[in-house]
Design a protein around this ligand. Structure first.
Ligand SMILES: [Zn+2]
Length: 390
């Protein structure tokens, strides 16, 4: 069992301070003279890597002297650290409900209790405690930050927007990126639920954040398209490509489709062709090949894939080429077999990686489940990212 050394250093110091403050009446409290022994034994057991026994001894020390509030807190932290959330919660609940506690000690106990609930994943209860703490001036900002984390985990985007704005107002910090993504999350929810009017309204609110993240124009285009405004959708995606060129592969296919729907198929083909030299990624290639195959036929798509493979050799480009050849020669069993093998192999490498924590995702994501960062995935697969910075 691994323990941080700070427990071993802090515990004796806290105890010594508490013990000195007890005054000179200790001789009259014969039972409590056992405390040093309990305490020394507890620390010795921690040093011997026997945390279970150490906890038993420290629990006894707390029982003997309930006034040593800090020792209670240390014990509570120890429980939490070991994943014994129930014991930590019980201990801190007991402290919170004690009538003899000072306001400062009660606030500290409340704060520890909120941490227990948070660490245990009991977010509803943690939220309730942090809301109470947000009423205490000294705890206000810390509680707001914790609430923001909880709202993000719980996908309570409206509350997240209100809270992040309060944090911004009080600290002067810039949280525009998070704010934009919280709005985008609300738009995605509205789109999934076919609440188009609500989605359009939210787009109007988030558009001032279009310079912060490409997701705003990406989504604004989707909402415009769903509302039947193809031209407006194309305009959003064009603006995304202008402001965030690296993210072009994410919208190139949709943009080409919109242009085709507007009767500009030739221009769309030209756009797709010209995108590849600048964005030689697997996603861009897939988007281009799918449309060129449909609009111009297999030989032209095959020529594009072959050119891409020659200029930027990669497994995905080879896979695309073989897949097209298998399609063009359905009677060729060997090519079909090779295509299937390559496809399975290529899928294993079709991952996107968070630049902050290295978390790998099978689909492009705006939010990292590993570290909670926003916009931390480059808009290309790991295979395409080799040797490139964002
Ligand atoms: Zn991450």
């Amino acid at each position: 069992m691994e323990f941080d050394l700070w427990y071993l250093v802090a515990l004796p110091a806290l105890f010594a301070a508490g013990w000195l403050c007890r005054g000179f009446d200790r001789r009259q409290r014969s039972e409590k003279t056992q405390l040093p022994e309990h305490f020394t034994r507890g620390v010795a057991l921690l040093l011997d890597d026997e945390p279970d026994k150490a906890i038993d001894v420290l629990v006894e020390a707390c029982r003997l002297d309930p006034d040593l509030i800090e020792l209670h807190h240390m014990l509570g932290k120890l429980f939490r650290r070991r994943g014994e959330f129930e014991r930590a919660i019980r201990l801190h609940l007991h402290l919170v409900n004690r009538s003899d506690l000072s306001d400062a000690d009660r606030t500290k106990a409340l704060s520890e209790l909120a941490e227990d609930y948070f660490a245990a994943g009991l977010f509803d209860r943690a939220e309730a405690e942090y809301r109470k703490l947000s009423e205490v001036p000294s705890e206000h900002l810390g509680a707001l930050r914790r609430l923001l984390t909880i709202y993000t985990i719980e996908h309570e985007w409206e509350s997240a927007i209100d809270t992040v704005r309060a944090v911004e107002a009080q600290t002067g910090e810039d949280h525009r990126l998070e704010t934009a993504h919280f709005y985008c999350e609300r738009i995605e929810v509205a789109l999934r639920s076919k609440r188009l009017e609500e989605a359009s309204k939210l787009v109007a609110e988030v558009l001032p954040y279009a310079d912060v993240t490409p997701r705003v124009d990406h989504l604004a285009g989707k909402v415009a398209l769903a509302a039947g405004s193809v031209e407006e959708a194309a305009e959003h995606w064009r603006r995304l490509a202008r402001n965030f060129p690296a993210h072009t592969p994410l919208v190139i296919g949709e943009l080409a489709d919109a242009m085709a729907a507007l009767g500009q198929k030739d221009e769309a083909i030209e756009l797709l062709r010209s995108a590849l030299p600048e964005h030689p990624t697997a996603d861009a290639l897939e988007a281009v090949i799918a449309r060129v195959t449909e609009w111009r036929g297999l030989p032209e798509a095959e020529a594009i894939a072959a050119k891409m493979l020659a200029a930027h050799p990669s497994l995905s480009a080879f896979n695309a080429l073989v897949r097209l050849r298998a399609k063009a020669n359905p009677e060729d069993e060997q090519t079909k077999l090779l295509s299937g093998l390559l496809q399975r192999h290529a899928q294993r490498f079709a991952r996107y990686q968070c630049t902050h924590c290295g978390f790998l995702a099978s689909n492009f994501a705006w939010h990292c489940l590993g570290c909670g960062s926003w916009d931390s995935f480059p808009p290309r697969r790991v295979e395409d990212s080799k040797g490139k910075s964002r």
